[in-house]
Write a protein that binds this ligand. Sequence first.
Ligand code: FAD
Length: 261
Amino acid sequence: MRHVEPVVSLIAKPQIDWEAIDAYLDEVGGRSWSDRVQNAPSPDAEDLLEFSGRMCYRSWEPGLNPNVSRVRTDSAAYLGNVIGSQHGSVLEHANFTFILHNVSRVLTHELIRHRAGCAYSQESLRYVRLDEVPFWFPEWAREDEELMERSLKVLETLEEHQKWMAEHFKLDEEGTNFAHKKHMTSFMRRFAPEGLGTGIVYTANLRSLRHVVEMRTAPGAEEEIRLVFDKIGRIMQQEAPAIFADYTVEDGAWLPGTRKA
Ligand SMILES: Cc1cc2nc3c(=O)[nH]c(=O)nc-3n(C[C@H](O)[C@H](O)[C@H](O)COP(=O)(O)OP(=O)(O)OC[C@H]3O[C@@H](n4cnc5c(N)ncnc54)[C@H](O)[C@@H]3O)c2cc1C
């Protein structure tokens, strides 16, 4: 048994090819928008949303669309208005990818219920054989001596059983074919606890992230997923501050100013 903590790492985010955007704007007009935004500190994810949103009315600058005589020049205010008006589809252009490391199957099972705007690649315990049981104990559990003593005994028994089965099924003997290994590894995972620490790559667009951060930090949500989505919410406030500007955090619950954006 190895004690672990859930870890969230952001591994990918939008990066704009400004040359390509400028070539387009040189043709249709609106280059002043690009010049302004490129000189501002806003992240590419937000610039991408703003560019996409302005496509709808050709509102990169006044006059490109004869119906538009004035445009907002404050990017954060522009994006705040997109969210406040619930034009959530604009937020779907920006995707972020995280590794969730040392999270339990309790968490991954709940997470993958979110389908709209998400993608997942989860460690397969059919292929990846367990030789230990990484496990997260919340602080309140660690403070309960009797609970810890009994729990560790259970986990050590399960871990020992994994090792015994691997020997029993001769998985490490020369000549053991892969189909047998896969078959037995899948059987062996049935004896892994649901709290086993594992890994998943999680990609979501900003519309989905706003929704899932709210749902999974709500007071009624499960404690590990609350912890992980609090971390994700904090990362997103750094990465896309204008998109998470309307949230207030109360007792760990992230509450948006506008729902269903
Ligand atoms: C505290 C808590 C307790 C839960 N308990 C249970 C439980 O006991 N049992 C259980 O089975 N599940 C449970 N769930 C899971 C829950 O029912 C949802 O399946 C899960 O949270 C995914 O959320 P979502 O439906 O908003 O999906 P997402 O994929 O995140 O979708 C986002 C939004 O897009 C729209 N959308 C997505 N898919 C469709 C679609 N096919 N058609 C139309 N609109 C769509 C909806 O407006 C949806 O809210 C629980 C969730 C929470 C947060």
